[in-house]
Design a protein around this ligand. Sequence first.
Ligand SMILES: Nc1ncnc2c1ncn2[C@@H]1O[C@H](COP(=O)(O)OP(=O)(O)OP(=O)(O)O)[C@@H](O)[C@H]1O
Ligand SMILES: [Mg+2]
Length: 266
Amino acid sequence: MESQPIIRVSNLKKYFNEINAVDGISFEVFPGEIFGLLGPNGAGKTTTIKLLLGLLEPDGGEMEVFGWNPERDDVLIKQKIGYVAEEALIFKSLTPKDAFNFIASIRGLDQDYTSKKAREYLESLEAIEYYNQLIGTLSHGNKQKIQIIAAILHEPDLLILDEPLSGLDAKSVKVVKEILELHVQNGGSVLFSTHIMEIAEDLCDRIGIINKGKMVGIGTMEELRKKANKIGASLEDVFLRLTEQDTSVDQIVERLRVSFKKNKVN
Ligand SMILES: Nc1ncnc2c1ncn2[C@@H]1O[C@H](COP(=O)(O)OP(=O)(O)OP(=O)(O)O)[C@@H](O)[C@H]1O
Ligand SMILES: [Mg+2]
């Protein structure tokens, strides 16, 4: 790709006492690209995302977002980013209507245009009936929809989403996927983490697989298959190979089989 990357991360490090949460990670995300971060629980995905947003201070390495330094220029960067956090950060004691109005006012957006757009998104995600209901009383999936809408209302160039599809029903997943695709077709970029292999395989132009704070594979599906020496394999198999979990899964399955058989005999 010839254009300048929107995100550039080089040898990034973050330690929490003796835990090497992010241990020398490097990757780039380009304009018009959907880049997926995959990794087992505790691999370092959320920590990487928080470093990029200036929410955590790195212990080493370099990173740039739109050419700026997240540690210093986080306010500038946040104007151009829509962020969906792993754990919903949003105003539980507001209704979606009030939350969207609040976002419009702090971001200096046109109130009428923004609330019209917010209602359209709510309708697409089948959540318009909750427009005047306290966010704190909504189901997990509906809270997630509000968070996603809140992240895209200011039409950011870059979306950074930490497991955005967790808890969404099938139709809403399809709508959010469509939103992400339209976003990149219009020149935007997406960095998101997920555990859902089918979605990563379906949606991402390139995928970075993180394990124990290190990038163990990066590239297109084809490049990852080559790296894992698994031509024609599913992302799940490639992922388990690159994160060295495939043999342990086989062993666990075998143990479970033996244990089930024993239980039946007894
Ligand atoms: N604030 C913190 N204090 C101490 N340790 C932390 C902190 N935040 C994260 N960690 C540790 O850093 C490691 C990476 O965590 P992180 O949340 O980045 O993983 P993740 O890849 O997002 O996992 P998941 O898929 O479960 O969301 C884990 O071992 C975690 O326990
Ligand atoms: Mg996480």
